[in-house]
Design a protein around this ligand. Sequence first.
Ligand code: GDP
Length: 364
Amino acid sequence: ALQAGIVGLPNVGKSTLFNALSNAKAQAANFPFCTIEPNVGVITVPDERLFELEKLVNPQRVVPATVEIVDIAGLVKGASKGEGLGNQFLGNIRNTDAIIHVLRCFDDDNVIHVDGSVNPVRDKEIIDTELQLKDLESVEKKISRLEKVARTDKDAAAGLEILKALKQHFEQGKNARGFSVNEKDREKYIDDIFLLTIKPVIYVCNVDEKSVITGNQYTEAVKEAVKDENAEILFISAAIESEIAVMESYEDRKMFLEDLGLKESGVVRLIRSTYHLLNLATYFTAGVQEVRAWTIHRGMSAPQAAGVIHTDFEKGFIRAEVIKYDDFLKYKSEAACRSAGKLAVQGKDYIVEDGDIMHFLFNV
Ligand code: GDP
């Protein structure tokens, strides 16, 4: 499953946010959350389209798409040198597909800051430095491996050049996600060392109640500091989220959010952004037994998308019947779509689009 890791210094609000996510099952029936380990939760991706399909198909069950969230606590200054349980936590980050970096952007004298004052840009740099040091280690290891063969191996020599440039990039205190390299070279020389700072990131500015919409001086500073990173920034109040999470009724939550001038909870915005950040799309299967959302990477072909359901579907793929979501809503059933000529038969080169309703035919 796709996984996003929550990182940040101690006391910035990571657990509060994680717990709000984990209590969010109270939010709606379509929003269940289960904790598989104390710090790992599975969250469903809110998607209105599932409700619409449910109304039309009336299936026995509805299964939404999910993302796993991991609370990676314990990152402190010196983690890359193995301080605290640092190294173990860095290992946890390696397994994630995206990073949710929580930054404290609220004042509260009752909440002690590990470094004595509220300064999200400094905090971000502390965490970044630990991750960069770890990445630097990985790059140096590969450089010394390549140096042994570069004299006789042209490929290795080319890789060496790129990795040396990357090393310099880290030494300037920059993250790998901002390193410019073409895709082919990245795949060939960089992807195999599983860098931490190359992972896509969302910065969550944990703000007080009155700054959720406008931001504040701290979020301004964060914005300025990350402007070259091509990263998403969200303003969320973990404190508000934990209040919302325990509200039982949908109406209460809606009113509470409206009073704050918000349309959606931060939790929902966060899940959406994660999905977007990972460049994911959803296709549906819609049968009487089950209406289900499946997560794919954008650009996947029909057989690859079938492989998300089962590897045998990919291997034995023959063709796919595809109905566009809007057509399904308009004609209201597969049969009606078929007679209206809105059911397309597609082969193995078809690129699945967000919202496609797929029916795969395959050999077993
Ligand atoms: P973590 O160490 O990053 O997981 O931080 P916690 O989630 O445990 O939060 C540390 C302290 O900050 C707790 O006492 C929280 O109640 C408090 N806290 C978290 N988020 C907010 C917030 O948005 N506003 C305020 N005022 N306090 C918060």
